[in-house]
Design a protein around this ligand. Structure first.
Ligand code: CP
Ligand code: NVA
Length: 314
């Protein structure tokens, strides 16, 4: 028998536009199914290994509960406890874990590490956040937007603040899924140059109603936006830069004034955890346009769709 080549979700470039739509539709159905009594045990007998080299609340709990609700189980693998933390190679861990589990989720620092894991693992690998990308979160965000406002395609998304892993992922989403992204960052905190180059290349040959624009002024980004989104100024692993970052990001706070520049029915999103009074005011985070709690919940539903797609291959 010929083994079907396995798929991974390391970046949103791993998805075609129609796979985006398939995952969004499937997650909506799984959400409805869950709320009307429970999910069918589509992953009964299956296991997900989860390696966390950074802290997590949402990613850990949503993957673990998601596998449980689909009839499977998840294993939380802390580097403090597994041999990876004592120097066992990622490539060796990949091959060993693949003999036990049906999928592997990795949260780590260098993006290269999830690529190594995916290269050596027979099991599908899911990126649960790297320094470069956070694909599960942006899929959950698109799902959340579409639940509330209909298709995101062709709409305007404003990113305000740090050009970090979330910003990089929004760039890939804009290109692949088709919407207009305007990113406002200080000049020293732009998104990743390689991600931008890839995006420009893909946009130059695509017919999608999509664009990626970098600006300095948050108002220019927020102007008539359908969605305003931001993230912490200091990501995991950058703790030593915190003071310099707080200074550099003055003027990049999402507040009521900035939200007023967007469409009157614009939504506000933040992947959380949030720092009130830094990247966003408490009033916006807790205000009527904020959908951050639904956004967090939707990690559960979209990841179930991802798990079924990767493990069952459908
Ligand atoms: N948004 C997100 O990924 O949260 P955690 O770091 O809590 O997993
Ligand atoms: N940019 C943040 C996201 C946390 C979910 C970080 O990498 O720490």
């Amino acid at each position: 028998t010929v083994k079907k080549s396995k798929r991974d979700l390391l970046s949103l470039n791993d998805l075609s536009t129609s796979e985006f739509s398939m995952l969004l539709e499937r997650s909506a159905r799984l959400k409805t199914e869950l709320k009307s009594g429970g999910n069918a045990p589509s992953l009964s007998g299956r296991s997900l290994g989860m390696i966390f080299e950074k802290a997590s609340t949402r990613t850990r709990v949503s993957f673990e509960v998601g596998m449980f609700q689909l009839g499977g189980q998840a294993l939380f693998l802390s580097p403090r406890d597994i041999q990876l933390g004592r120097g066992e190679e990622m490539s060796d861990s990949a091959r060993v874990l693949s003999r036990f589990v049906d999928a592997i989720m990795v949260r780590t620092f260098a993006h290269q590490k999830v690529e190594t894991m995916a290269h050596y693992a027979d099991a599908p690998v899911i990126n649960g956040l790297t320094d470069l990308l956070h694909p599960c979160q942006v899929l959950a965000d698109i799902f959340t937007f579409e639940e509330k406002r209909g298709s995101l395609q062709g709409k305007k998304v404003a990113w305000v603040g740090d050009g970090n892993n979330m910003a990089n992922t929004w760039i890939q989403a804009a290109v692949r899924y088709g919407f207009h992204l305007v990113i406002a960052t200080p000049s020293n905190y732009k998104p990743d140059e390689m991600i931008l180059t890839q995006a420009r290349q893909e946009l130059s040959t695509s017919s999608a109603d999509a664009s990626v624009t970098l600006v300095r002024d948050p108002r220019e980004a927020a102007d008539q936006a359908d969605l305003v989104t931001t993230d912490v100024w200091t990501s995991m692993g950058q703790e030593e830069e915190q003071r310099a970052r707080i200074e550099a990001f003055q003027g990049y706070q999402v507040d009521g004034g900035l939200m007023a520049a967007a469409h009157s029915d614009a939504l506000f999103m933040h992947c959380l955890p949030a720092h009130r009074g830094e990247e966003v005011t408490a009033a916006v985070l807790e205000g009527p346009q904020s959908v951050v709690w639904d956004e967090a919940e939707n990690r559960l539903h979209i990841q179930k769709a991802i798990l079924e797609w990767l493990i069952l291959g459908e």
